[in-house]
Design a protein around this ligand. Sequence first.
Ligand code: FAD
Length: 447
Amino acid sequence: LDTKTILASVKTMVTGDLDDCACDVETIDAFNNNKLFPQLQTLLESDYFRFYKVNLNKACPFWATSSHCGLRDCAVKPCSPNEVPEGVRASHHNKYSAASNEPQQPDCEQEDQLGAVNVSLSNETREALLNWNRHDDEAERFCVVDDEESPDSQYVDLLLNPERFTGYRGADAWQIWNSIYEENCFKPLAVKRPLLPNVLHSSSGNDAKIFHSWLEGQCVEKRAFYRLISGLHASINIHLSARYLLDDTWFQKKWGHNVPEFQKRFDAELTAGEGPKRLRNLYFLYLIELRALAKALPFFQRSSFRLYTGRAQEDRKHKEMMLDILQLARSFPLHFDETSLFAGDEKEAAKLKEDIRLAFLNISRIMDCVGCFKCRLWGKLQTQGLGTALKILFSGRQIEALPPPGAQPPAFQLSRQEIVSLFNAFGRISTSIRELQNFRELLAEEP
Ligand SMILES: Cc1cc2nc3c(=O)[nH]c(=O)nc-3n(C[C@H](O)[C@H](O)[C@H](O)COP(=O)(O)OP(=O)(O)OC[C@H]3O[C@@H](n4cnc5c(N)ncnc54)[C@H](O)[C@@H]3O)c2cc1C
């Protein structure tokens, strides 16, 4: 490493071991940036994963909101019906992953003969789908799921509505983050969060010390919860710095890396040490979602599971690609050990788990209060993805005991919406880790 690189990484970056798990930043960087990230990007471009059904018109259940429709870059363009593959639309009526779970699939050859798109469902399949619709896992969910049947729910093409700088900021954005941290992260009001720029003043510096020693004193579950939220917040702020509106004239818009914006948020000196802590939380979030993907492998490996879009050949190819990624996730050597969570006294652990589940549910409701539609879209998707990851992590036993295909409907299920959000949410975190490398390189180039 040359001096410039060392300086840059010391000033703004995070290195070394991560707290609460047996892993280090460098191992994750190498694994993600060289192996997982490129494969995942390709998968997320496929039709199954790019179309997400979401209700962006739900009213905020907590306070009166003003919409930021006025901000041009907050707009979300929903798909017109003919833009969404017929197979995806046809399978949305079932709550659980579509004809994908058909007990008896037509054989491949027959499917191919049916032409490129086969959206017809057999009676048997319909019966099975009805059963799965009846399956209700409300009590295991960490996230509110939008009603896909609501006329307000629409498909959005995620590739055409990328997460990036929108200009959403100020009191509104602060109210959302504040409500998330203050009302849902188990923190007593008397303990102040290290807010920027206040943290740079000496009295607030003391607040920061008190905050971090309070956090260290929390049980591992509550600390993990805070770190997941903070990691998500860091990821969103990395994205807006990496895809910033650099030039906005009548004939062109240029998006790209805004290094000073990134430094303002994450540089160790400029943030009195808070930035690197937030980046560590991002790595922690990465480990949790990676672990959930690895654990879900048996669910997706079932021969009856399909990434159903109606194009049999493509669906098969994408399923293989998906399984390769999940195998890769499994091969990661330093996984987070979720058995360290909720491992104490059985009764207390159950209560703690329920408190955390309810707090997370509440955070997913707060997403309907985000005034910028683009931020709301990605906020909803990412909380749903993380909620799905948590659901998987705490359903380990059910996933391992999945009945053979064709038997009664399994106790563990994932809907298409949950699957799409799980992979896309992880895609965001994986991109953020990759973007850190880009920023590192850009900083090294600076005089
Ligand atoms: C759900 C949601 C999605 C959003 N999506 C986008 C988007 O796609 N594009 C876009 O341009 N803007 C988006 N925003 C806005 C963006 O996150 C910021 O709120 C905005 O840029 C203003 O930033 P800020 O510097 O004032 O501090 P904010 O990021 O608003 O932070 C508020 C306070 O929390 C502290 N804080 C910051 N990061 C962390 C962290 N990781 N952990 C703990 N505390 C922290 C800060 O020090 C500050 O005191 C979104 C906001 C929300 C609530």
